[in-house]
Every structure is written in structure tokens, then in C-alpha cells.
Design a protein around this ligand. Sequence first.
Ligand code: ATP
Ligand code: MG
Length: 628
Amino acid sequence: MRYEDFYRRSIEQPEEFWGEQARAIHWNKPPEKILDYSNPPFRKWFAGGETNLCFNAIDRHLGERGDQLALVCISSETNLTRELTYRELHREVSTFAAVLQSLGVGRGDRVVIYMPNMAEAVFAMLACARIGAVHSVVFGGFAAHNLALRIDDAKPKLLICADAGMRGGKVIPYKPLVDAACAEAQSPPPHVLVVDRGLDSGRVLVEGRDVAYAPLRAQFDGAEVQVEWLESNEPSYLLYTSGTTGKPKGVQRDVGGYAVAMALSMWSIYDVRAGQVMFSTSDVGWAVGHSYNVYGPLIAGATSVLYEGLPTNPDPAVWWRICEQYGVRTMFSSPTGIRVLKKQDASWLKKHDLSKLQWLFLAGEPLDEPTAQWITEGIGKTIIDNYWQTETGWPVLSLMPGLDLKPVKFGSPGLPTPGYKLRVIDDSSGEDVAAGQKGVLVIEPPLPPGCLTTVWGDDARFLSSYFSHFNELLYSSLDWAIRDEDGYTFILGRTDDVINVAGHRLGTREIEESCSTYPGVAEAAVVGVHDELKGQVPVVFATLKATAGDETPAQAAARVQQRVVEQLGAVARPARVYVVNALPKTRSGKLLRRSLQALAESRDPGDLSTLDDPSALDEVKRALERGA
Ligand code: ATP
Ligand code: MG
């Protein structure tokens, strides 16, 4: 089918289009109305319909593919691999659901899940979905304070955690963090369910509050728990945004719209159908993990591969070994992940048979052209950049090889996906800008199925965060974009990431791109720093490739500066280039530019609760003290 026709229909006849897509999932009761848009910008997809995410992800496949692999969990930390067929997954999830019920959890109750990428995290999510409980997965390893904030927002009836996670061979006990979070929280959960991996021998259960999972699993093993049929617009789960730009928002997802969006995106965008294999390197704690490690592949009847570990452990070929071993068709990762590999020798990319692999999708951050080129050449596959947000739950911009693959343009995540009516708007006049001009990327409501329904418990914040930026009722992505003559959209960075040098507005992204064309650079972050004379000047923080040869950091810095001037002109000249070993990132791999900028301006770095590696920040501080 032609992309153009498919997309046009989704925009011009949304109810017919989505009504057809809705047939891909099982409804206990069919929708009464495909779209109820009586209270804009709130909208209800498939109003009156009754369905269940767990039923669509598991039960529906039992007849035809009960013995097919549903989930493969590979850990290069514990060196364990767990393979589950749909039948086995059904048994584990039903047992887990019975355990949840025994702890008094039911429809509408929130359950916070604080676990690493392990099978039980997936069981827990699906078990919640089965009984209509609302899960909120908090990325394992977030600090106690961060967990406490989310607990107080979600007010869970239960928290489920693992005894510990692991990272690079080091055990990270989770239980003490949970205890600290529960002590800090205003509304701590009455129960904590602890899944023991036998990693933390010192873990202690709090009498009356904590419950061990293993004995309950034995007690309820094989229990049949009936599916709770939910109205399409009831909440299915909450997921907090990454917190790159401030306090994270509790994104609320529905049931029916999300299931339909998952079904559609799996075949049309990711080109994965029943019986095929998808490997996403994401953590279950992120939007990608929810949609393309858990719900998407399972709703499609595919096999999902979940990986716990570093991309370089036991060696930098580990991902490609997994692709070979399981016959992965579509792989999904992030530009950050690829940049980690880019620090290593490219020969690691060639060690395995990737003949089954068709596509590598990357999302989460701007994909710079050198990285895209490096990985395209390295594995000889089509790399597809796709752009979305925790809020949208599935891609807004992508290419769609399941329909027909349009040409890749490096630097652009491509074309709008079905149901997304996108515009690029001038931020002051609110008018559409011409092709090739920069503006804010907005979505004309109603938002398509799968996108957030509101901010948990805070409709006012939903409206003020997303719908209050223009006179017209439009969803602002808060990202800058340019659309070219062919309709390809280029994302230029966040609307708060602009450097104003003597009246010239420069995107941080374009300067970063320019820096990373210098062969020695692995990754670059650019921030605008206050300057008496010019208002702001660009300052670069860069990491170098391990293979960069005998060039000194000072030489590299000077050459990077030179490169930017050559490519973008003297106005973009970085005032300083700091070479560091690591850049501060959120746990989801996004650059914390606001903290870099604050440090470079000798200010407080602000909320660091989502910071991944605190030593990266210390390094930046030392580099600033040393001077460029
Ligand atoms: P918060 O909203 O709490 O500040 P966040 O925006 O980092 O956090 P996410 O929802 O995880 O949280 O990230 C979505 C953002 O990531 C997008 O708005 C965009 O800025 C960036 N992004 C995602 N994919 C791409 C991509 N393919 N190209 C460029 N930028 C991308
Ligand atoms: Mg955001």
C-alpha cells in the first residue's frame, strides 16, 4: 500500500480509518463511537468499547501460537537467559495477577514497578493490565528521592521491586532505595512485593509491609485469573517523562486507543508481524520499553527480546550476537547506544550473521549524520530515525517500511505517521511557516489513538503544558522543526535550546552536528553561555573516540572550533571547547543541557534527580575549573 494514500485517509477520514484499524484487536464489546470529541482537546477513542491489553497481548494468541516464543530475556549481567512461549507467559502472568489480587489490588488501583529489565517486570506489567490495575514503571536505579516523588504522585496500593539490579557487573541493591523512598513519601504504599534475584543477600523485609514473591508464586502457581474488561478510555498505565526540561509529567495512557496504535505501528512502521522477532534495547522503564518491548510485539503476536546489560559487555558485539541467535527482524535502539559502540572498533559490527535483520530504528534524541553513516555502513542495513515523545507513546515521524519505504534523508526522522496532523508554526505569530523555515512542531488535535489522555490527576497541567502556547488549540511538541519541500521534517532541538549570539538565533543541534563531523569526536554537547558582549556564546563539551590516535585534547578542541567556523560561520564559533570523558545525561540517555549550561554559567545545576552518572557532572566541573 502507498504511504501517501494511507496517511491521507487517516487525516481526511479519521473515524473510518481508525474504525478499520480497531479491527486488529479483540473487543469484548465493540466501540459505540469511534471518536468522541465533545470536550476538546480531551478526546475519547473507541468510546464505549471494552477491551483489555493483557488479553490482546497474550490470551488471544494462545490458540494459534501457544508454543511460539513470546518473550526472551537476556542478561549479560547475571549471564542468564529466559525464554517464554505464549503459553508459559500466560501462566506466569496469571499467577502474578493472582498474587496481586491476594494483596488487595484491583481495578483502577495504581501499582509502582521498580525493577530492572527482567522477566518479572514484564509479568508484573501484564498482570496489572489483566486485572485493570494501573501500573507506573519507574526506571530501576532512579534515586530514592525520585521514586518518592512518583509514589506521591501516583499514590500506589502496591510497589513491586527486585532485590537488586546490576550494571557493568556491579550489584545495585534496590530494596534500600525503596525503603528510603517509602520513608520520604507522604503516601507510601501499604505493601511492597519483593522479587528476589538472589543478588542482595543483605536485603531485609519490613514486617507487615514487605512480602516476598517466591512463596506467593508457589502458592498461586497455575491460578486462572479472569481478564477484567475495561472501557476503552479507562487508564491503563502512567509513565513519567524523562525530566530533561524540568519536573517530569505523569503521562496517562488509555486502553483501547493504545492497543490499536500498537497494532498499527507494529506492522506499518516496524514491519514486524506475528511470528517475527523484535529486539529493542530500551529499558522497560521508558516509553520505548513499554510500547516496543512489551505491548507492541506481544499484541502483534511477535517475539520480543529484552536485554539487561551494557552494549559493550561481554564485548561490543553483544547486540549483534543476539540478532543472529534469535533471527531478529527489527531492532530498536537509541543514538546514544550507537555512539557508545562508535567509540569502539567498527569491526565488532561485522562479527555476526545479520541476514535476518532488516531494519534498525533509532529514537530518543537527534541522530547526527556521522553516527547514522557509521552505523549504516557498519551493519549494511537501513537505519530509520523515528521521532516521538513519552506523551505520544508511538512515533510521530518515521519512515514506514511496512507500507512502502520512502527514501531515507539523513538528519530527518521522515514523514508523519498515520493520524498525526502536523504543522510547523512560527512561535511568535502562530502562523504556519513556509517549507524550509524553522518553527515549532505542533499536532492539530484531536491527538490520535495511543497518545496521552491527560496528565495523571492534573487536567490543568495537561492543558497548560501542551495546549496553551498558541491562540489556536494546538498540541505543542516543544521542539523546533523544519519541513522541507518533500514533506520531510527535521527536528532542530527543544524550544528552550536556542543560543542567541548577538541577535543570531542558533540551534544547539546544528552546532553539535558540526562538531561531530570532526573525526576524533564521539559526542558533543553545545550550550549557550552568558556573555557580556554578545549576550550568549556557544560552549562545547565533547568526548573523544577511544581510537582517536595521538592527538592531544587541546589539539582536538582547536580543530573542533575550526570545523564549526568553517561549516557554520564565525558567528557560531564556540567560545570554548572542553574535552571530557563523559557527558551528563538523563537515565534515558538524553543530554542534560540545562545542567551543563548552569555549570558553565557558575549556577546551581538544578534538579539532578534524573542524572545517570554523577561522575560525568564532576568531570564537567573539573574541566570548567581547568579551563578550556
Ligand atoms: P521532559 O518532557 O520531562 O523534559 P523529555 O522530553 O526528555 O523529558 P521524552 O518524552 O523521553 O522526555 O523525550 C521526548 C523528546 O526527545 C522529544 O520531545 C525530542 O526533544 C527528543 N527526541 C525524541 N526522538 C527524537 C528524534 N528522533 N530526533 C530528535 N529528537 C528526538
Ligand atoms: Mg518532553
